[in-house]
Ligand binder design. Structure first.
Ligand code: NA7
Length: 317
């Protein structure tokens, strides 16, 4: 069993800017933007929203993470409910469906405010369609408007303002978020009803997860033959199979550099959500099931917080 060290947590660089922002010509919305969750994704997004002139109110469970944003001009609140009270459009970006639901239905959560008239709630945490529908229903019952805006892309793509937004729910909210989405994303898609964007996001994650395990197993076999992984990657680059992502992940596997662009725990969470969705439809997904087991085992080996490419470590045994 390898000795596993946690990847270093990278402090947010408040001065870094995506090169893309200058050419996007963004006129900030006049609305006050609330933001719940200042993890790696949330903090990158909020930093750029502040830079493009948005008025921002923030909350994070671990309060220390709010400090750089307070210094950059954001208003920091004590609870999610306080953020909702102070903002017009509230984004949420936390780890998983349970966290997303807690922030809405829990103690000091969004719904404690009771009347959400003139408020819009935008869920960016990766969640399954059922969770999204529950959240949407809760918001609607308090007269609020709801949009699921799933973010597709890595932490690097977030830092470059090159995410893809997949949205479903209230179209008017989608339109009101224009200047925020333009700040952080290269493309936005409105996909109709609540649930649709979650489905599309999880389908894309299925392609990614299965591809990564295939890549890891192939490279592990090359390694057993003592064939240079760099040679395999160079040749792969010349084939029609190549993709920017698989090339980048192959290089990370060859180097053993698993700096988390998309944490392995998030990848496994997504596969679990995919399999739950498929279960409800009696849809057979044998390869995805095995892929999920492979990621689960890699998590048990201690690679939860590393990049998904760390699945290579398990394949080498
Ligand atoms: P990170 O960097 O792991 O950050 C996770 C964030 O979620 C962080 O702010 C956490 O607060 C917060 N969190 C997690 N669970 C909870 C609960 N139960 N209540 C409140 N807050 C919580 O993840 P990323 O930023 O990379 O990704 C976030 C989402 O974007 C994820 O769904 C991706 O798929 C897309 P903490 O700082 O630990 O107190």
């Amino acid at each position: 069993r390898p000795v596993v060290t946690r990847p270093e947590t990278q402090a947010i660089d408040m001065n870094s800017r995506p090169n893309t922002l200058a050419e996007r010509d963004i006129v900030a919305s006049e609305q006050t933007i609330g933001f719940l969750g200042l993890g790696m994704m949330g903090s990158t997004i909020v930093k750029d929203l502040i830079y493009t002139g948005h008025k921002v109110v923030v909350w994070n469970r671990t309060i220390d993470k709010c400090q750089p944003f307070a210094e950059a001009g954001a208003d920091v609140k004590d609870t999610p409910m306080d953020v909702v009270e102070a903002a017009d459009v509230i984004f949420c970006c936390v780890s998983d469906p349970k966290g997303a639901k807690d922030l809405v239905f829990g103690n000091c959560g969004v719904l404690q405010l009771k009347d959400l008239r003139n408020k819009a709630y935008v869920e960016m945490s990766t969640i399954d369609p059922d969770t999204s529908m529950d959240i949407g229903e809760g918001i609607k019952q308090c007269n609020g408007r709801y949009l699921e805006a799933q973010i597709h892309g890595s932490r690097q793509e977030a830092a470059e303002g090159m995410l893809i937004i997949l949205a479903g729910g209230d179209r008017s909210v989608f339109e009101e978020c224009h200047s925020c989405f333009k700040t952080i994303a290269k493309n936005t898609f409105f996909l109709g009803n609540v649930g649709n964007a979650c489905k599309v996001n999880l389908i894309l994650q299925t392609i990614l997860g299965v591809s990564l395990v295939g890549l890891a197993e192939a490279l592990a076999l090359a390694d057993r033959f003592s064939i240079s992984l760099n040679d395999i990657i160079d040749i792969f680059d010349l084939t029609s199979m190549k993709s920017p992502l698989l090339l980048a992940k192959g290089k990370e596997m060859a180097k053993g550099d698993f700096n988390p662009q998309q944490p392995l725990s998030h990848m496994q969470r997504d596969l679990r959500l995919v399999l739950n969705m498929a279960e409800n439809l009696d849809q057979s997904m044998p390869v995805t099931s095995i892929t999920n087991e492979v990621f689960k085992h890699t998590k048990r080996l201690g690679y939860s917080e590393h990049d998904s490419s760390a699945v290579f470590v398990r394949s080498r045994f």
